[in-house]
Design a protein around this ligand. Sequence first.
Ligand code: ADP
Ligand code: MG
Length: 239
Amino acid sequence: MSASIEIDNVTKRYGALTVLEEISLSIEAGEFVVFLGPSGCGKSTLLRMIAGLEDVTAGTISVSGNRVDTLPPGKRGVAMVFQSYALYPHMTVKQNMSFGLENIGMAKDEIERRVLAAAETLEIGHLLDRKPAKLSGGQRQRVAIGRAIVKEPKAFLFDEPLSNLDAALRGRTRLELAQLHHRLGSTMIFVTHDQVEAMTLADRIVIMNARKIEQIGTPMDVYQRPATKFVAGFIGSPA
Ligand code: ADP
Ligand code: MG
């Protein structure tokens, strides 16, 4: 139930702006990988390309051996959780979590089973009939994760999912994400500009800066043996 992800020589341009240049990276099934880098270095763009939400300019991205650009959205096996949560304001929590499954024509009782199971996992069962406006930031964030879980994806893609939470909640949610990864065994890619999040969550950290990957390694590797001056400065200094 987890996907390997292969990024092969990927370049991304927006018009004259080159955002990513010849990026290559192999992610193993079940790995927790963090993309870490300063704002504007192309983390979200790379994540959106893995999700198939954005075209690559050159190169290829495959999930479990299948090129994402050849698969329809429902068949890519990945689910993305956005920084803004992107919940539908006019729908209840339950409807928000069901929507993506109804869209692909899943049977009602299977949708019900998945939504209730995810709600129990995330302890949001008592919120199912509420609308997003009546939820706290932390609760919205759980619903956004719940909406990904019900898809039973082989890979979760998180784009700075904790950055809108206060420090205490951020710490607790970080722990819960680690537990979720342990329980589900899915591949997880987590984007952040926060060194502490990266060091505590990652099996491997991919440090990005200005169109390139600076270093790929375990938290210990990048901390003890930074490959470049940039890595040494970025890991060494707090956010
Ligand atoms: P990060 O997530 O690391 O902060 P992004 O991937 O969002 O970085 O953006 C990388 C660069 O690409 C930035 O310079 C940003 O302005 C630019 N960019 C992102 N999306 C678009 C877009 N749709 N059109 C033009 N430029 C974009
Ligand atoms: Mg971003």
